[in-house]
Design a protein around this ligand. Structure first.
Ligand code: FAD
Ligand code: NAI
Length: 468
């Protein structure tokens, strides 16, 4: 090994958690290195997650919209190769952008696999042949992310039995696709291939789609909308296994309550039953850092493991597996190191599902509020009564506010609708400031915009909306 290099902070993992932490640390004047083994920065999100999936969602939506909704505008023909090229362009532009930001801020980008070999020592095995490099660090931030949870008995080959990584890179539109798991990945990637012509069947173990955290009323509404678009759903259904034949895959399913079983044919199967923390090769055992029963690295409220100068952020530890959550934690962890305090408001982290229409939410679901026993108000407003949505011929969905009946403080906001992912930002800000629905209902929103539906749902929570 070459001679050890001393840093104030070494970040292991260059995803949204890790690269943001590294840039922030360098901005704070700390000598910082970021170790990444993928050969590109940006982690799961930029390389095989958020960004490529949104590129495909956007382009497949445009294709589908022209094909089905506005036929009279002209013919359209799918060029899948071009669609994939556009995706690759977005990914490479953004990952190179982070490399530029590293240079600009003076972060050392160390390419290789990092293993913790001592409380202050990381050994980096380079991507290509060569000697390992030893880094010494006053502080270590682990941000190694997550990987797809495999389905026992179905071996992933990323061409026919795929995770999201294979599903963003198929070379032809499958005739029939079975999606195991009706969570966010299943619905986003299922939407992409359904729009491009696949017959998509989503098999979900629970009685509702959307994964953990979606408001029950919203999940039902979303299912109805996606069904109208052609997706099929088998809820309360267990996948028992599959037979992979040379030209067909047979997926055997059974009612979750037992009994009725059937076989569904597919040429591609997407396994989307959740993600799990990724710590392989990290060397946690070398320093005795613990993981819980789900593989998440155990930390305290300041992101510290039991070795206080080793902190953990993002998908590899507790909380929602979201890029922006990892980023907030990256900044907070560095602030703890530099200043001794940091903060993330876990009650105001938005979730967005980028189907069409999008689903977005922040705060508590109605079922969660109900379970607390607190008296609450609901204010909702449909996009079918919003002038801009009507003008755009895009009227599916609604905005729903849940407020404290006594104080009118907002407890949760749930949106299904065009651009819901942008609109939720106003709700997140409102919750950060502890706003009431009246605060929003009395705030002027431009006309004609979709955001007027947001305002009117707020009005519905404390008074009455005007337009419905
Ligand atoms: P990651 O992004 O997983 O990054 C960890 C990095 O660490 C990886 O690049 C890995 O190579 C590297 N690494 C691991 N071990 C080592 C080691 N020992 N040495 C060196 N490097 C190592 N979230 C959203 O908020 N919005 C979305 O729209 C969204 N879409 C998604 C779509 C898909 C298909 C998927 C799979 C995920 C999506 N997510 C989305 C989730 C998001 O990608 C993750 O929450 C986010 O990437 C987590 O960031 P992270 O920094 O914790 O980990
Ligand atoms: P998920 O947790 O969202 O959904 C998994 C679904 O699979 C759940 O509905 C679950 O009940 C179901 N399931 C589990 N085991 C099953 C089984 N054996 N048979 C049938 N169904 C089963 O996980 P998903 O969709 O894999 O995504 C992983 C994570 O990635 C998400 O939780 C999210 O944090 C992140 N992500 C975020 C996106 C976004 O923000 N837009 C997009 C894609 C992923």
């Amino acid at each position: 090994a070459s001679e050890a290099e001393e840093h104030d902070v070494v970040v292991i993992g260059g995803g949204p958690g890790g690269y943001v932490a590294a840039i922030k640390a360098a901005q704070e004047g700390l000598k910082t290195a970021c170790v990444e083994k993928r050969g590109a920065l940006g982690g799961t999100c930029l390389n095989v997650g958020c960004i490529p999936s949104k590129s495909l969602l956007n382009n497949s939506h445009i294709y589908h919209q022209i094909l089905h909704d506005v036929k009279n505008l002209g013919d359209v023909k799918l060029n899948l190769t071009q669609m994939m090229k556009a995706k690759e362009q977005s990914v490479s532009g953004l990952t190179k952008g982070i490399e530029y930001l590293f240079k600009k801020n003076g972060v050392d980008y160390v390419k290789g696999t990092g293993t913790i070999t001592g409380e202050h020592e990381i050994k980096v095995n380079p991507l290509e042949d060569g000697d390992p490099q030893i880094l010494r660090a006053k502080n270590i931030i682990i941000a190694t992310g997550s990987e797809a949870t495999p389905f026992p008995g179905l071996e992933i080959d990323e061409t026919r039995i795929v995770t999201s990584t294979g599903a963003i890179a198929l070379t032809k539109v499958p005739e029939k696709m079975v999606v195991i798991g009706g969570g966010i990945i299943g619905l986003e990637m299922g939407s992409v291939w359904s729009r491009l012509g696949s017959e998509v069947t989503v098999v979900e173990y629970l009685g509702a789609i959307g994964g953990p955290g979606m408001d029950a009323e919203m999940a039902k509404t979303m299912q109805r909308i996606l069904q109208k678009q052609g997706m099929k759903f088998k809820l309360n259904t267990k996948v028992m296994g599959g037979d992979v034949e040379s030209d067909n895959i047979k997926i055997n399913v059974e009612s979750a309550k037992g009994g009725k079983s059937e076989t569904i044919d597919a040429d591609v199967v997407l396994v989307a039953i959740g993600r799990r923390p990724y710590t392989a090769g990290l060397g946690l055992e070398n320093v005795g850092i613990e993981v819980d029963e789900r593989g998440r690295i155990v930390i305290d409220q300041e992101y510290r493991t039991k070795i206080p100068h080793i902190r953990v952020i993002g998908d590899v530890t507790f909380g929602a597996m979201l890029a922006h959550k990892a980023e907030e934690e990256g900044i907070a962890a560095v602030e703890y190191i530099k200043k001794g305090y940091g903060h993330v408001n876990y009650g105001a982290i938005p979730s967005v599902m980028y189907t069409h229409p999008e689903a977005a939410w922040v705060g508590q679901t109605e079922q969660e509020v109900k379970a607390t026993g607190k008296a609450y108000n609901i204010g909702s407003f449909p996009f079918s009564a919003n002038s801009r949505a009507k003008t755009n011929l895009d009227t599916e969905g609604m905005v729903k506010f849940i407020t404290d009946k006594e104080t009118d403080r907002i407890l949760g906001i749930h949106i299904i609708g065009p651009n819901a992912g942008e609109m939720i930002a106003e709700g997140v800000l409102a919750m950060e400031y502890g706003a009431s629905s009246e605060d929003i209902g009395r705030t002027s929103h431009a006309h004609p915009t979709l955001s007027e539906a947001f305002k009117e749902a707020a009005m519905a929570a404390f008074s009455k909306p005007i337009h419905s």
